[in-house]
Ligand binder design. Structure first.
Ligand SMILES: C[S@@+](CC[C@H](N)C(=O)[O-])C[C@H]1O[C@@H](n2cnc3c(N)ncnc32)[C@H](O)[C@@H]1O
Length: 298
């Protein structure tokens, strides 16, 4: 059955969007959606608006480096690249990382077909990535379980100016919840246990980002009818110093629920209270941001 597509994303024309969706294989040649990809279409457009809000606020004196972690077939990054390079006229370089070599091969093929030479794709684990210069925006749309935590840790380690994640499954915290926590009566029911784990996992992530100096917005980025995994954390750097109050809030949740989180393994310095890992964002960059009022004085 043919489904109507909402092609209202400005400033991309409906015809461009149709061509793009076909090229990235969200729709078939005849314009109908492949199975399950209509929801992906809604997800990417909604996610994209959050990235564009952040991009608008960033310096224009050099190309931005954008990192898509757990990129899968990179639908989001292909559409974003079209909008940023083709419409906003913003020089950008993309790195897409995925653990699956076959998926990366597909991405490389699509990038070639689209003539996107500013996109690089890597096979590997998100957390292991190294960069010549640090990424400006690190994002992940539904990266599995702790892969989302890897992306958050990567962003924090490299002092990214923004980190945006829409988490996927939240297995880790659910597995490690202490059975005797004070809300265990809620966890007694499967659906409630799931929801509690989701809330807790994403609160832990948001608090970790705040602890590392980001201002975090938590929103439902797309209506639940498209996906129940519709929480998005949008984090913008405010300071280069850790924020102890957020770490205290994290510890208080942990004392109550007894969970373990990979974020502690990935960011030991932050959780030990020693500060942020010592990495490579250029001092000049930091100063420029401060001068532009993009980071709050701490
Ligand atoms: C649910 S898919 C989402 C793909 C894409 N972001 C999207 O929205 O269409 C999650 C992807 O994360 C990749 N992945 C899982 N763990 C990873 C890790 N530690 N590092 C990099 N990629 C990972 C998987 O191979 C998979 O392609």
């Amino acid at each position: 059955m043919r489904q109507e597509i909402d092609l209202s994303l400005p400033p991309v024309t409906p015809q461009e969007m149709r061509d793009l969706l076909r090229a990235v294989r969200i729709t078939r040649e005849n314009g109908t959606f492949y199975w399950e990809r209509e929801k992906k279409y809604h997800e990417i457009l909604a996610f994209l608006t959050h990235l564009l809000v952040l991009e608008r606020d960033m310096k224009r004196d050099r190309a931005l480096l954008l990192l898509d972690g757990g990129c899968g077939k990179s639908y989001l990054s292909f559409v974003l690249n079209h909008v940023l390079t083709g419409k906003v006229k913003r020089p950008v370089h993309f790195i897409g990382v995925d653990a699956d070599p076959a998926i990366i091969q597909t991405c490389e093929g699509i990038a070639r077909d689209l003539g996107f030479r500013n996109m690089e794709f890597r096979v590997g684990r998100a957390l292991d990535q190294r960069f010549e210069s640090p990424p400006d925006i690190v994002y992940a749309l539904h990266a599995c379980d702790t892969a989302t935590d890897e992306i958050i840790a990567l962003g924090i380690r490299h002092r990214a100016m923004a980190v945006v994640v829409a988490p996927c499954c939240q297995r880790e915290v659910k597995r490690t919840l202490d059975a005797r926590h004070p809300l265990s009566g809620i966890g007694h029911f499967h659906v409630f246990k799931e929801r509690l784990a989701v809330m807790l996992t994403d609160a832990i992530r948001a608090l970790t980002l705040e602890a590392a100096g980001y201002g975090v917005k938590v929103v439902e980025f797309v209506p639940a009818k498209h996906t129940p995994k519709n929480i998005l954390l949008r984090a913008r750097r405010r300071t280069y110093r850790p924020t102890p109050a957020a770490l205290d809030a994290y510890r208080s949740l942990q004392a109550t629920f007894g969970f373990r989180s990979s974020l502690e393994t990935y960011l030991p310095e932050l959780f030990d209270g020693k500060g942020l890992p010592d990495i490579d964002r250029d001092e000049q960059d930091i100063q420029d941001e401060k001068n532009q009022g993009l980071s709050c004085p701490s």
